[in-house]
Each structure stands twice: as structure tokens, then as C-alpha cells.
Design a binder for this molecule. Sequence first.
Ligand code: HBI
Ligand code: FE
Length: 292
Amino acid sequence: MEKVKHGLAAGEPGRPENPDWTIDQNWDSYTAVDHGVWRTLYERQSRLLPGRVCAEFQRGMAELPIGPDEIPDFRRLSEALGRRTGWSVVAVPGLVPDEVFFDHLANRRFPAGHFIRRPEELDYLEEPDVFHDVFGHVPLLTDPVFADFLQAYGLGGLRAQSMGVLPNLARVYWYTVEFGLVREGGDLRIFGAGIASSGGETLFSLEDPSPNRIAFDLERVMRTRYRIDDYQETYFVIEGLDDLLALAEIDFAPIYERVRGAAEYEPGDILPTDRVLTRGTGAYHAARRKVA
Ligand code: HBI
Ligand code: FE
């Protein structure tokens, strides 16, 4: 759960010199506390993910120099990743403007936040840090299908922005790359980085009776708002990572025409046309609304 602030305005502190917003990871400047936070999060997720995360993620994690002892060095990570799919990991200060983000993806560079959350905010953060970005996103970039899909998303993002339909495309990203579930055999597995990097949401997304789990449908997802401040009310499920390859090949232009101006759905809505895998009780968010 992070997101949404779309980068800093020019002149605000933190804006880097480089037009592509990249900075040096400055690996030597991480403190023992920083590496300790990494270890805590790494160990928690490594206990939770086997049997819950998709096979491609597990395999990618095993192949990369990502371990419990220290925050990964982006240079070593990029070498290993580059040999497999041609992707690299570059350091950025946090969220970057959309067009900068898309341009990196379109060129098979994954922009990763170089900072790590503080020990007192282990479970919640607003901007993607190195744990979310590297532990959550990078393992799947070893998968050729996912690697091509994310590049296509970058290219599609630049196009969507010029057509004024970026919010619709951003929902596809949200409900797949960040919070996607995938069917594996008869079971549901996690592939979204926002889930895979969150202990609470790993369990909530798969095992809690509260959220809906609905078969992924592109136009439906493009019209569905999402929550940025809490667990999702609905998770969308693809049949396999190959579905993403098909997504990358679809011509979105006619779909954008239909979706533009069409009614939008709330995060918890269930439609008569949905293929519902689990109808959630909604109990979790109902309780939160009462408190608010
Ligand atoms: N910047 N570093 C970073 N990470 C993101 O995930 C990100 C971003 N900028 C914009 C953005 N995501 C989204 O708004 C787009 O996917 C639409
Ligand atoms: Fe992310």
C-alpha cells in the first residue's frame, strides 16, 4: 500500500538533477538499522510466501542476489537480471512523475526507491521503498513474459497519457502488477508486488473472508476505482502469467473509447457480469468505516 502522490513539483526539495530522476543508490550509506529493517521484512515474507506466491516469483527470488543479510546492491542485481531478461534496476528518491516512470519501464529499467522505511513504520508506507520495489517487484522481472508485459505497460502508459486515459490504465497496473492474484493448479497465488511485500495483505488477500476475488476482465478493471490507503476490497484473478502477454498485445485504443466517460465502479462492487470466485463478506472494510 503506497502510492499516488505523482512526484514532486520542480524546485521542491528532493528533486534530483537528472531528468530521468535517477540517483546513485549510495549503498555504503545504509546503516545497520536500515539493513536490520530489511532483514526483519525479508524474514517475515520468506516465511509467509512459500505456497502463497506464484512459482515464477519464487524461482526469480531464488535466482537473484536478494537475501536476508543486507539491502541488495542494485549493480549486482542488475547484472543478474540483465543476463536473464535485459532488465536493470535504477535508484530513484521515491515516486517519480508518471512520464518518467513509464519511460524507464519502456526501456526495461525498473526505478526502485533507494531508501528503506523506518523501524517504527514497518507495515505502512506512502512511497515505495527499496523493500517494496526490490523484494516485491524485481523477482518477477526474471520471468520473460512478465518482463515483456511491464515494458509494454511503460509504452502503453506514454500513449495513454497523451490520450487522457491514464487513470484507466493505472487501474490495470494496480490490479495486476501491484495487487494481482493468479490461479495455479486449483489454488490462488499472489503475483502482485503490493501483496508480496506486505505481511498483512499476504494473508488478507488469500485467506480472509472479507474481500471479493473476481476473474480478471480488462474493461471491468479499467472502470474500477481502487483503495490506496488500505487492503483492497476486491482482488482480480488471472488464469496464468500468460494472460499478461495477451494483455500486452491488445490494442487498447477502442477499449479506451468505450471506457471513456462510462460509469465507474466502487472498489467493493460486484456486477451481474462478474465471474465471482469468492464473494467477500466486506466485514473488514465495514468495521473500518464505522471507526472512521
Ligand atoms: N514512481 N518510483 C515510482 N514507482 C511507481 O510505482 C510509480 C511511480 N510513479 C508513477 C506511478 N507509479 C503510477 O502513478 C503509474 O503506474 C500510473
Ligand atoms: Fe509497486
